[in-house]
Design a protein around this ligand. Structure first.
Ligand SMILES: Nc1ncnc2c1ncn2[C@@H]1O[C@H](COP(=O)(O)OP(=O)(O)O)[C@@H](O)[C@H]1O
Ligand SMILES: [Mg+2]
Length: 511
């Protein structure tokens, strides 16, 4: 009986062995695929069943080639946000796991290009020639990898560089109502980086197509596109695509930062980004909170902006400076998204519609603006000149408002008002005319040292370029010294002031 048994087993093994060999080879080729099925389609999101092991933020591919991100992982259903238009999707379609995270192309080839958040070209310059890719989401650099912010990022705008200076690696919010010049400040800052070796990324989220076309046009005309990347998520693109746009822009910036480069990113704007995220969350039936935004909107923005930093020297010393833009409604800076962003960033430039209407452009409200880290980064020469301008300027504002009620002013007050109005005049700057540091110093010195006290307000704008030319042509040594970051000696200062005084043509002195 026993022998029979052995025989039988041997017999079976003999018969099976070739099959087993084939099977074992075959198994190597086999892979268990999870194929989910679309159970319902919304505008912007879909529900998928049958993907029990899918990971958070995993890319999902649908049967006709479009993509989505796994966003809501429930027990028997996955909420997917769409990165392409949903018009072709139907319930019953297949949804495949891709086992990878959403990523974007990165590299030098992106400079000068206009792309969408998935890296698809939106200009007519053909496909991107880069094989490098980076995940859209990645953790912010840990504290031990970060260095203090020490180098200034010159915006070229006197009012910002003098009163609200920004450093490389800082996050400075640009805040204000619509049509107050927010985009304008950001674009001027990009244009001013032409000789500063900073790579710029302009990320437009749900902006009017005409406004974006205008920005691209201005960058192109000022040869700023050569060192910039423009990333666009249009207002009519799926909210999922708008949502990943700033993260994709940051990933592109991080690549350059890790090469030791200095990078500037403009997010225009994060209130539109918050709205896209709110739309997704409501479609996915997440509970709404304040202003119907989901509870994690703070984390959405803080994890984005924490990725900006200045890396330590051992890690290449690169930096990522962020200029997020937030749009307020009726000057309400206490709304949910603006307050969140104010608390996440290292300061804000507040633009006031009242100043805009009075023609004080850029319409920066100095009293409501602040830069929490940039002050230490100002060039020494600049700090010496702009030192107490801020305090002086805000005192002037108060005095001017107060003096409206009194008819008789003492000499001292009149002099302060006279000087203050000239400071305000010199801080005005038309769009698209960023100024070099030395020219800015010349302007500020002229006004703080009283060179302009006897010049009519209306003539200051005409006189300013004359003074810049004088310093440039007569004092090249000082000019270059300032550019190199050297301190101004007292002798230099005196030379500068006397040169400025001598350079005011007689016909300008009328008072
Ligand atoms: N410094 C400036 N000088 C002249 N015009 C300006 C200045 N800044 C902004 N503008 C104009 O103001 C308008 C609104 O500016 P924009 O930057 O688009 O505002 P926002 O982005 O806040 O909506 C634009 O027409 C722009 O040309
Ligand atoms: Mg704008």
């Amino acid at each position: 009986m026993k022998e029979d048994n052995i025989d039988a087993t041997q017999y079976v093994a003999e018969i099976l062995s070739p099959h087993q060999q084939i099977l074992s080879e075959y198994h190597k080729l086999l892979r268990a695929e999870e194929i989910g099925i679309v159970s319902s389609v919304d505008r912007g999101t879909v529900s998928v069943t049958g993907l029990p092991n899918v990971c958070l933020d995993e890319l999902i591919e649908f049967s006709h080639g479009s993509f989505g991100l796994a966003f809501n992982l429930d027990r028997d259903e996955v909420g997917v946000i769409l990165l392409d238009q949903s018009s072709e999707l139907e319930s019953g379609d297949d949804a495949l796991r891709t086992y990878r995270q959403c990523d974007v192309p990165v590299g030098e080839e992106l400079l000068g290009r206009v792309i969408d958040p998935l890296g698809r070209p939106k200009d007519r310059r053909g496909p991107l020639q880069t094989s490098l890719r980076r995940p859209v989401e990645s953790p912010a650099p840990p504290i031990i990898n970060r260095a203090p912010v020490t180098v200034p990022l010159q915006t070229g705008l006197k009012v910002v560089d003098a009163l609200i200076p920004i450093g490389r690696g800082q996050r400075e919010l640009i805040l204000g109502d619509r049509q107050t010049g927010k985009t304008s400040i950001a674009v001027d800052t990009i244009i001013n980086q032409r000789d500063n070796n900073i790579i710029c990324i302009y990320c437009a989220i749900a902006q009017r197509a005409s406004a974006v076309a205008n920005v691209i046009d201005r960058l192109e005309k000022n040869q700023a596109l050569d060192y910039s990347v423009v990333l666009i998520a249009e207002g009519d693109s799926p909210p999922g695509l708008q949502f990943i746009a700033p993260y994709a822009a940051t990933a592109i910036g991080e690549y350059f930062m890790e090469q030791g480069r200095d990078v500037l990113i403009v997010y225009d704007d994060l209130t539109a980004h918050a709205r896209a995220y709110r739309e997704l969350s409501l479609l996915l039936r997440r509970p709404p909170g304040r202003e119907a935004f989901p509870g994690d909107i703070f984390f959405v923005h803080s994890r984005l902006l924490e990725r900006s930093t200045h890396l330590r020297e051992e890690l290449g010393g690169g930096s990522l400076t962020a200029l997020p833009i937030a749009e307020t409604e009726a000057q309400n800076v206490a709304a949910y998204i603006p307050t969140n962003l104010i608390s996440i960033t290292d300061g804000q430039v507040y633009l006031s519609p009242d100043l805009y209407q009075k023609g004080i452009l850029p319409a920066v409200d100095v009293g409501k603006s602040v830069s929490r880290v940039g002050g230490k980064t100002q060039l020494p020469a600049y700090r010496r000149v702009a030192g107490d301008l801020r305090l002086y300027y805000s005192q002037f504002g108060e005095l001017e408002a107060f003096s409206r009620f009194s008819t008789r002013l003492d000499e001292e007050t009149r002099r302060t008002l006279n000087r203050g109005r000239r400071v305000r005049e010199i801080l005005k700057q038309p769009e698209g005319s960023p100024l070099a540091v030395t020219s800015q110093i010349a302007s500020l010195l002229a006004v703080t040292q009283g060179v302009l006290d006897k010049v009519e307000l209306e003539k200051i704008a005409i006189l300013e370029p004359i003074l810049h030319d004088a310093v440039f042509s007569q004092l090249p040594e000082i000019y270059l010294g300032i550019e190199r970051g050297e301190e101004l000696t007292s002798v230099d200062l005196e030379t500068l002031i006397s040169t400025l005084q001598r350079s005011v043509p007689r016909e300008f002195i009328t008072l």
